[in-house]
Design a protein around this ligand. Structure first.
Ligand code: ACO
Length: 334
């Protein structure tokens, strides 16, 4: 079975409650129709019930009827969520007046529903910038125990099956944390290994990338990757992690053998961890275009509950895929 089919089947095996906060718009509604029809998730749509139903009717979508719709302007749990917001953020300066306004915003309402245990995950971003989706999540859902930074990975599916495992690799961080410290980079490596295992379904061989292989160059940014490798190996002895490696040493067996003899990862990596967001974001986009690879993500990792961010140029099928992935992450989180 193809990877995406496997992910959908996994999501269908135990449907999770996933929120679409931008339910008023066409791509979200078309995706919702497909998700409900295929039983990929128990969807919660945020918005005005009359507007959602009217739009769905105009588009000829008949399955939307069975989704739960939560109206921010007529929400029986509003006061409960405001109390929760104040418990979490009053010390950070949140006032009741501000909370009363924020809870009307679908992106804040969604994270409060998740925090209160009324939903399992969220997919947004078709109509909102990355920062606007992530900020409420960082503030209220926060990170998993033992993780201090959220990061974003991409599952890269190559036409040429020689890369990674049968054409599947995982890249991170390509989406969130601009300049990680050594210990944050180690966390990103471990979280990416778990995403590779749990979502991509591969046995991760993780390369910590730099512009040096095993001491071939000297610079403080290389020292950071060396330190991150040590911390990650110690933190997750069950994962296969090596570094610092150059990209060619990580993925080309003959180069790996020459530059990093004895390394079990060099030449055979299927997970690439980049030293900064700049490198990760540029690399995944170049690989996606040059190799005509499919880039699935960003899959946000390290959050206490799964919240994923769509590109504003996303298609209906991108939304369906990301909901399926979010549902799988929610199953793992439970
Ligand atoms: N993980 C966990 N928590 C975080 C993270 C993180 N990576 N970054 C910030 N936070 C927390 C902070 O600790 C803070 O919490 P607090 O209010 O409880 O103290 C809160 O989030 C806000 O932190 P700020 O530093 O004020 O963060 P800001 O809101 O300015 O920025 C953001 C956070 C939006 C994620 C920023 O890091 C960012 O813009 N990253 C890049 C995102 C991006 O543009 N990616 C590229 C496009 S995506 C793509 O191409 C696929």
């Amino acid at each position: 079975m193809e990877l995406l089919e496997r992910i959908k089947a996994q999501a269908q095996s135990k449907p999770m409650r996933i929120i679409l906060p931008e339910a008023w718009e066409e791509r979200n509604l078309r995706a919702a129709e497909e998700i409900i029809k295929e039983k990929i998730a128990d969807l919660i749509l945020i918005g005005s019930p009359s507007e959602i139903k009217e739009n769905a009717k105009k588009m000829g979508l008949s399955h939307i009827e069975s989704a739960t719709i939560v109206d921010p302007n007529n929400n029986p749990k509003k006061d409960e969520y405001i109390e929760l917001m104040l418990q979490i953020r009053a010390a950070k300066g949140l006032t009741r007046e501000k909370a009363e306004k924020l809870i009307l915003d679908p992106l804040y309402l969604s994270v409060l529903m998740i925090k209160a245990g009324d939903a399992d995950g969220e997919v947004a971003g078709a109509n909102n910038a990355t920062g606007d989706v992530l900020r409420p999540a960082f503030q209220y859902v926060k990170t998993k125990p033992g993780v201090s930074v959220v990061s974003g990975s991409f599952i890269m599916i190559f036409k040429d099956k020689k890369w990674g495992d049968d054409g599947v690799m995982v890249f991170a961080d390509c989406a969130v944390h601009p300049v990680p410290t050594a210990s944050e980079l180690a966390e990103i490596a471990v979280c990416t290994g778990r995403t590779a295992q749990n979502i991509a379904g591969i046995d991760p061989r993780i390369a910590m990338l730099s512009f040096s292989t095993k001491g071939s160059a000297k610079h403080e940014v290389i020292d950071k990757v060396v330190e991150a490798t040590r911390i990650a190996q110690e933190a997750a002895p069950d994962l296969k992690i090596d570094g610092e490696l150059q990209a060619d040493a990580a993925i080309i067996p003959s180069v790996g053998e020459k530059k990093a003899p004895g390394s079990k990862i060099a030449g055979h990596a299927n997970v690439l961890v980049f030293p900064s967001l700049e490198v990760g974001n540029i690399s995944y986009k170049l690989v996606q275009r040059f190799a005509e690879a499919e880039a699935i993500g960003p899959i946000l990792q390290g959050m206490a509950a799964p919240i994923n961010d769509l590109s504003r140029g996303c298609s209906v099928s991108d939304i369906v895929k990301l909901v399926a992935i979010t549902a799988c992450q929610a199953q793992q989180a439970k």
